[in-house]
Design a protein around this ligand. Structure first.
Ligand code: AMP
Length: 192
């Protein structure tokens, strides 16, 4: 199985690159942000509770996202692999993911980080907010809080995979195709 973690702050291009990767490698895309937004759209209690935190640019509790990922792994047992987008965002989430994959006799192949500076992220997210309809993309203060939450809580996840020898960083500024081929070469290196 090919199991990728696509890592990077909000606005780094994870969603765009995930779409291309799932087509090329036939992977199941698991984005916790998308899963939470569908809970909100469906009006579930989980969605309502998550929305209160998402609207403030804060992370939802680990057990909520871990539970959602657990269900998706169960539902997709015959998948060729997964791409994890926006997950894990904390070290306990990364530890839980290792355990879950272990139970399915598989593991993370590699984490690929897209590196983009804070100013460029803010610019991209405000631009995306004009069309995405996402409330958390439309307010500069909220965007900065999401980026801070990433810098405080999510950056340590890169060390977690680095210590396992499963980490590669890529410059996330540039054209989409160039970044995509850089990601693909990191994948080829990881599986060879
Ligand atoms: P995203 O679409 O990945 O930018 O996520 C949007 C929002 O959903 C984040 O700002 C968090 O509030 C929440 N969220 C998504 N994924 C996670 C996660 N793995 N852990 C905690 N909160 C998350």
């Amino acid at each position: 199985m090919l199991n990728l973690v696509l890592f990077g702050p909000p606005g780094a291009g994870k969603g765009t690159q995930s779409e291309k990767l799932i087509r090329k490698y036939n992977l199941v895309h698991l984005s916790t942000g998308d899963l939470l937004r569908s809970q909100i759209a469906a009006g579930t209690e989980l969605g309502q509770r998550a929305k209160q935190l998402m609207d403030q640019g804060l992370l939802v509790p680990d057990e909520v996202v871990i539970g959602m990922i657990e269900n998706k792994l169960q539902e997709n047992q015959s998948a060729a692999g997964f791409i994890f987008d926006g997950f894990p965002r904390t070290v306990p989430q990364a530890e839980a993911l290792d355990l879950l994959l272990n139970q399915h006799d598989t593991q993370i192949t590699t984490m690929i980080a897209l590196v983009v500076d804070d100013e460029e992220l803010t610019r991209r997210l405000l631009l995306r907010g004009q069309t995405s309809g996402r409330p958390d993309d439309q307010n500069e203060e909220l965007i900065r809080r999401r980026v801070k939450e990433y810098n405080d809580k999510t950056t340590p996840v890169a060390d977690y995979y680095n210590q396992q020898g499963k980490f590669a960083a890529i410059d996330g500024i540039g054209d989409i195709e160039t970044i995509f081929s850089l990601i693909c070469s990191k994948i080829e290196q990881a599986v060879s």
